[in-house]
Design a protein around this ligand. Structure first.
Ligand code: GTP
Ligand code: MG
Length: 370
């Protein structure tokens, strides 16, 4: 049922809360300022105050926000988006760092890199790969819980001297649940006690059948430390990407997902957004979660100010009116009025959910004290 708090209703009508409560009492409804009333009651109150009723339903607000209507002909290949997972200390961070250093563009620019939660590597061939720089399962599952499936490929890092460990198994489960293909990077092969064959055998027990044992899971023996076979790992990722036929329409208003967001001194709310479709441009008006804004500036993973960001590129967005959450959607809309309407609608829903939760909480409190 649609609900609104008495306070919210009063605010929207620009009336005093006490007057709304009095009106409700006259109608036989006892409610405090923080209580919620149903839409029909609210409508009656609004009419009593002589205001016009305009119900905005979820459908009104959200329909057409995200269109899946890209024609096949408008789709062009896009880079794959990769998340690195694996057991603690098996070398996720080291591997991300090493892969980043293979980027030909930043090598030319003098290797100045910026931490923005995701980065893109360009290979000698010109091919690009985007890495989500939030290693670990928590970020992956949190984003997925929020409905954001940003990852095309999971690179599972397994240390060759340690083998399959509890978090390796967890990562396999997460990737399988998300139906994301896995490539296994058998890391630390520079160590004398490295046993890559044993890793392949152990994976078998978790239904990951690697190519060497007749399956279709690619494995690459690497060393993040000695920078060995990083090119082979990248080739494996590109091969997997080719199989997936990853495409997006760059010629449309942008849609994406927030990978990371924070409030920064002197810069305001800053979000790292992974553009999924369309091209994000400076000046675009957008909604993200229950926040909105106008793109004031875009900063790429090399710390450079850019005018636009293409599909699968990560970019820092400045110009938000609030801080969204990782996993929130990011959608460009046609006007500030529309952006505000959607953001306010979502904020109201969020408050209602919070109120409902706290009402449940106090009920539970009451019962537990009996
Ligand atoms: P957490 O973030 O704590 O889960 O660890 P991680 O998976 O990010 O591992 P990290 O990259 O921090 O590496 C853990 C340790 O392994 C560090 O001491 C690295 O120097 C070492 N290490 C990583 N890759 C290699 C490798 O290829 N060879 C060797 N010999 N050591 C490595
Ligand atoms: Mg790490």
């Amino acid at each position: 049922p649609e609900v609104i708090t008495v306070q919210e209703l009063a605010n929207r009508m620009a009336e005093r809360g006490a007057d709304v409560i009095k009106q409700l009492m006259r109608m036989g409804v006892m409610a405090t300022i923080n209580q919620t009333i149903d839409a029909d009651t609210a409508e009656l109150v609004i009419a009593e105050f002589g205001h016009r009723v305009r119900r905005v339903s979820e459908a009104d607000v959200e329909v057409g926000l995200r269109l899946n209507d890209d024609a096949e002909t408008a789709l062009v290949p896009r880079p794959p988006v990769v998340t690195i997972m694996g057991h603690v200390d098996h070398g996720k961070t080291s591997l991300l760092d090493a892969l980043r250093q293979t980027d030909v563009v930043s090598r030319e620019a003098g290797g100045i890199t910026q931490h923005i939660g995701a980065y893109q590597v360009q290979l000698e061939s010109g091919a690009k790969i985007t890495f989500i720089d939030t290693p670990g399962h928590a970020a992956f599952t949190e984003m997925r819980a929020r409905g954001a499936n940003v990852t095309d490929v999971v690179v599972l890092v397994v240390a060759a001297n340690d083998g399959v460990m509890p978090q390796t198994i967890e990562a396999i489960h997460h990737a399988k649940a998300a139906k994301v293909p896995i490539i296994v990077a058998i890391n630390k092969i520079d160590l004398p006690d490295a046993k890559p064959e044993r890793v392949r055998q152990e994976l078998l027990q978790h239904e990951l059948v690697v190519e060497e044992l007749g399956g279709d899971i690619q494995t690459v023996e690497v060393s993040a430390k000695a920078k060995r076979n990083l090119d082979k790992l990248e080739e494996a990722i590109l091969l997997q990407a080719e199989i997936l036929e990853l495409k997006a329409n760059p010629e449309r208003t942008a849609e994406g997902v927030v990978v990371e967001a924070k409030l920064e001194r002197g810069r305001g709310s800053v979000a790292t957004v992974l553009v999924q479709r369309g091209t994000l441009k400076v000046g675009d008006v957008f909604v993200t979660g229950s926040e909105w804004g106008r793109v004031r500036a875009l900063v790429n993973d090399r710390g450079q100010s850019v005018e636009q960001a293409a599909p699968a590129s990560p970019v820092e967005v400045l110009g938000l009116n609030g801080t969204p959450l990782a996993g929130d959607d990011f959608t460009v809309v046609e006007s500030e009025a529309r952006a505000r309407e959607i953001a306010e609608f979502r904020q109201r829903k969020k408050r209602e959910a919070a109120n409902a939760a706290s009402a449940r909480g106090s009920l539970q409190d009451m019962f537990s004290r009996i």
